[in-house]
Design a protein around this ligand. Structure first.
Ligand code: ZN
Length: 318
């Protein structure tokens, strides 16, 4: 869901429109955008653990792959109003100028995750992490979590349903999750770190909650490719820029970078919007999805990749 670094961290948690039936009506990489009713609905519990469910999960992973930095996705984001989320915790795609010396720390943080996880299956028997997790991919059906302790920490988050912005969201550091796998077997998982943050963000989607509901100020990340596609919407956002807040946040980021011993780069294109303009800013984000509140992320993909995906989809159809 996010990248820590001097570049503005990008946490992308993606998710589609109302389903349970309609998934096939959407283009392969189409995502429901803020303003789409399905994002505010409470999702239905999963009762059928069939091949169609597994196919929806595979598609969710393909969406995350196509969008590059996605680390989590909830079924409502792809238009399926059902209690299903996926997460992928492995090395994300990094900006080309991401500092070499920070890569190792990031890798360690992400690959070290398995050591922080305790897993118990429905029989109460301890199960190895690898039994459930392949290549850092998780699919959770009917997930319900509780915090372990009351410590919260800020999590940098973004969402494919709210393109172009990010914010720091307070999330519990450690949680315990009950869920079912894709065959319907119940499990309990205790985790912290990135996976715990992803689960909190994605399960919110199942209850019609978006990360922006938890925060007051939001950050418009000018470098995000979406703004190249919608320059006029970027200008509308810029009219809401809070100069003082932006100055303070840049200074805060600079100090954080200093404390963490990393290089700090500020960007002219990135700025903050304060709470009083939050609703206006979100309404602008909503325009990205047009009248049907959907956005096809293929628009952001290089042509060659789009072509490859088409070939892939074609061969799968066979
Ligand atoms: Zn999200």
């Amino acid at each position: 869901m996010y990248i820590r670094g001097s570049f503005f961290p990008i946490l992308v948690a993606a998710g589609m429109a109302t389903l349970n039936v309609s998934a096939a009506l959407f283009a392969e990489h189409e995502i429901c955008i803020f303003g789409n009713d399905v994002l505010r609905k409470k999702a239905e519990p999963i009762k059928k653990f069939d091949d169609a469910l597994k196919q929806r999960v595979e598609r969710m992973f393909r969406v995350m792959k196509a969008t590059g930095d996605g680390v989590g996705l909830a079924a409502p984001q792809i238009g399926c109003s059902e209690q299903l989320v996926v997460a992928q915790v492995k090395m994300p795609t990094l900006p080309e100028d991401f500092p070499e010396e920070q890569k190792e720390a990031l890798q360690k943080e992400i690959s070290g995750l398995s050591k922080m996880i305790e897993l118990t299956d429905h029989t109460g028997k301890a199960t190895t992490f690898d039994d459930i997790v392949q290549f850092g991919r998780f699919a959770f059906a009917n997930p319900v979590w509780k915090p372990v302790g009351d410590t919260k920490a800020p999590s940098r988050e973004a969402c494919l349903s709210l393109p172009g912005i990010m914010a720091k969201v307070p999330r519990y550091k450690k949680i315990v999750l009950n869920f079912q796998d894709l065959d319907g077997h119940p499990y309990t998982l205790q985790c912290d770190g990135l996976l715990a943050q992803i689960i909190q963000h994605e399960t919110d989607h199942l209850n019609g909650i978006l990360y922006v509901d938890h925060i007051s100020d939001l950050c418009v990340v000018g470098e995000m490719p979406i703004w190249e596609v919608f320059p006029e919407l970027y200008e509308q956002m810029k009219a809401l820029k809070d100069e003082v807040l932006t100055k303070n946040k840049v200074e805060e980021s600079r100090q954080e970078a200093e404390q963490e011993g990393r290089e700090f780069k500020s960007s002219e294109k990135t700025f903050w919007i304060s709470e009083k303009n939050k609703e206006k800013a979100l309404a602008i984000i909503g325009k990205i999805g047009g009248e049907d509140h959907m956005f096809d992320y293929d628009t952001l993909l290089p042509q060659s990749e789009t072509a490859n995906n088409a070939v892939e989809a074609k061969s799968e159809a066979k």
